[in-house]
Design a protein around this ligand. Structure first.
Ligand SMILES: NC(=O)c1ccc[n+]([C@@H]2O[C@H](COP(=O)([O-])OP(=O)(O)OC[C@H]3O[C@@H](n4cnc5c(N)ncnc54)[C@H](OP(=O)(O)O)[C@@H]3O)[C@@H](O)[C@H]2O)c1
Length: 281
């Protein structure tokens, strides 16, 4: 049986698209009241309306996670609407531009730092002020490619995720597990805009299209990692902290190869759309 989140209040940044939206729906289905945030006010309104139409308790606010005032306002909305915060997922993230570091426009490099690093710092510190008082709170920070080793041609995203991993595990060592569980979560290859709509330096389009093969093998719909994010947020992890959980285990890697082989044998189409490179520099 899927874990329950009855009476819990969860904040999900970047909760309007892709993985964040799937996490919001999964948590709401498990009984949580959810608060979603992203920069686009219209996406927030649409997501909240959709969740409420399904009978779930939902609220939202437009928020750029790089701005501490906006992150504080997000926490205030959760507190004033639902009475507190039990779970906070720092999911908002951007991939930046694919290509050699010197060709990446500074503004886009900076956007990755502001969202993935500063956004996670803002979200984590504001969240902890609330979670520590509730007991058994859960803070989940999203990591990804580059969190454990260099990611050439993604030299803003990769280092940002290495920072998130280190920061998260450092934070976990600072606060007792009985008060709060602090986790780093790598969702594997998730079929979302971030993976398939890729900003790229001119001349690197083919390198990006080459990702298709990898996505066909191991790409998963957002609902799959969302189930793992539910487990992380649930009582199953009570009393634990400092976990770094990854979806792409050896078993899944082998399963992906088997599934792709079967699809080819049965001449079934791939589940993921082809990668679309957008030249920005
Ligand atoms: N997709 C993958 O294969 C993969 C793999 C490993 C890790 N991850 C991580 O998983 C997380 C979610 O990725 P995704 O694939 O679901 O991406 P996505 O489909 O592009 O969705 C990103 C979400 O974040 C929001 N967002 C972006 N910048 C923001 C900001 N500054 N402030 C607030 N919200 C912001 C977006 O909404 P607005 O544009 O309206 O702000 C959107 O809701 C990211 O942290 C990513 O690094 C993804």
């Amino acid at each position: 049986m899927a874990p329950r989140l009855n009476k819990k209040v969860a904040v999900i940044t970047g909760g309007t698209r892709g993985l964040g939206r799937a996490i919001a729906e999964t948590y709401a289905r498990a009984g949580a009241a959810v608060v979603v945030a992203s920069r686009s006010a219209s996406s927030v309104a649409e997501t909240v309306a959709d969740l409420r139409a399904q009978g779930y308790r939902a609220e939202g606010i437009s928020c750029d996670v790089g701005d501490i005032q906006q992150v504080r306002a997000l926490a205030d909305v959760a507190r004033m609407t639902f009475g507190g915060i039990d779970i906070w997922v720092n999911n908002a993230g951007v991939a930046g531009v694919f290509g050699p570091t010197l060709d990446i426009p500074r503004a886009q490099y900076r956007q990755v730092i502001d969202t993935n690093i500063l956004g996670t710092y803002n979200g984590s510190t504001v969240a902890l002020e609330h979670l520590r008082g509730r007991g058994r709170g859960k803070l989940i920070n999203l990591v990804g490619r580059g969190d454990r080793k260099p990611a050439p041609l993604q030299n803003a995203y990769g280092p940002s995720k290495a920072w998130v991993r280190n920061f998260t595990l450092g934070l976990a060592a600072e606060y007792p597990a009985r008060e709060v569980g602090i986790f780093a979560f790598n969702p594997g290859l998730v079929i979302t805009d971030l993976l398939t709509d890729v900003d790229v330096v001119s001349g690197y389009e083919e390198r990006v299209r080459g990702l298709d093969k990898v996505i066909k093998l191991w790409g998963e719909p957002p609902e799959v990692p969302a189930r793992k994010a539910l487990w992380l947020a649930s009582s199953a992890t009570d009393g634990r902290t400092g976990l770094a959980v990854t979806l792409l285990t050896r078993r899944r890697l082998a399963g992906g190869i088997l599934r792709a082989g079967l699809r080819a044998l049965l001449r079934r189409p791939a589940v993921a759309p082809p990668v679309r490179p957008h030249v920005v520099a």
